[in-house]
Design a protein around this ligand. Structure first.
Ligand SMILES: NC(=O)c1ccc[n+]([C@@H]2O[C@H](COP(=O)([O-])OP(=O)(O)OC[C@H]3O[C@@H](n4cnc5c(N)ncnc54)[C@H](OP(=O)(O)O)[C@@H]3O)[C@@H](O)[C@H]2O)c1
Length: 274
């Protein structure tokens, strides 16, 4: 399977690195990337072919991964519209552009419908990502499996059969790592205020988060049950949680995710205006 990446930034790097680790041949991957420095870095790091604009060799692929920023996508695709009639009849086009709807991508590509939209998250950079995936009905089983195989190279995958849910996936797992970092930051600051140095505060906060996350992942019990197990009546944890509840932290987090989902919908609409 030959894959061409349109855009050679962070996400393309993570995916190429993940695919290489899975034994995917470097000869089967290419990158279209306008920035010379980025192209040089990619060639040095992976030894793959990079070109500044999409050419005939880059079009000779089974999968075209759209890995440019959402606001760059329309312009990046417009020069391809003619090419699709000539070269890209059965290729699978996979977009990782946050918020951009497949109806708009299809329109920008002159009605092309072999389209998959996905939303990875940044732990993909270390192979621990979670990617939400959606395919239009025209994409068959084989196309779905191809998309899944590529995204599995950087972590777990989760399919949805409703594209509107992609905004919700973006709000929960796409933006989610930032919520986790926010919590780690707060816990680290709290440790500093308790008199620990920077290094110790960092270890205390991160190791606690990693350990508790692993426990939640491996335990058959719910997060609620696990939390209750740590919370003895009249104890230290109860004192902290009473403070969180007084500050309505749970409700604020849920409202934040709601705001992110809403923002995703608005960005999607704005992006597809023309
Ligand atoms: N990073 C994340 O956490 C994350 C998570 C989920 C989804 N995503 C999505 O992944 C996509 C890529 O994100 P990223 O973080 O990898 O962005 P990025 O690092 O900015 O990479 C995009 C690359 O594409 C290049 N580019 C711009 N126009 C192009 C064109 N016409 N043809 C070919 N390449 C072009 C950019 O060059 P310039 O530097 O000149 O602009 C840049 O090097 C975005 O749509 C984002 O929404 C990212």
């Amino acid at each position: 399977m030959k894959i061409t990446f349109l855009g050679g930034g962070n996400m393309a790097n993570a995916l190429i690195g993940g695919l290489r680790k899975q034994g995917f041949s470097v000869a089967a991957m290419q990158v279209v990337e306008p920035v010379a420095e980025t192209r040089e870095r990619l060639t040095e790091k992976f030894g793959l072919r990079c070109c500044p604009t999409i050419d005939a060799a880059a079009l000779n692929c089974e999968v075209l991964m759209l890995a440019v920023k959402p606001q760059q996508l329309k312009n990046a695709l417009l020069p391809l519209t003619d090419q699709f009639d000539k070269h890209l009849e059965n290729q699978l086009v996979i977009s990782i552009a946050a918020g951009v709807r497949l109806a708009d991508i299809s329109r920008w590509l002159g009605g092309y419908r072999q389209l998959v939209r996905c939303m990875p998250n940044t732990p993909a950079l270390i192979g621990a990502g979670l990617t939400g995936l959606y395919a239009v009905p025209e994409v068959g089983f084989e196309g779905r499996m191809t998309a899944e195989k590529i995204l599995r190279a950087v972590g777990n995958v989760l399919w949805t059969d409703d594209e509107a849910k992609m905004d919700a996936i973006t709000a929960v797992s796409g933006s989610g790592p930032a919520y986790v970092f926010y919590f780690i930051e707060a816990l680290q600051q709290a440790a500093l205020e308790q008199g620990f140095d920077e290094r110790t505060a960092r270890i205390l906060a991160i190791e606690t988060f990693v350990g508790a996350s692993r426990l939640a992942e491996q335990s058959p019990e719910s997060a609620t049950a696990l939390r209750e197990r740590v919370t003895s009546k009249g104890g230290t944890t109860e004192a902290a949680l009473a403070m969180f509840n007084a500050g309505r932290v749970n409700q604020v987090i849920r409202a934040g995710v709601q705001a992110a989902a809403e923002r995703g919908r608005v960005i999607g609409e704005e992006m597809g205006k023309d």
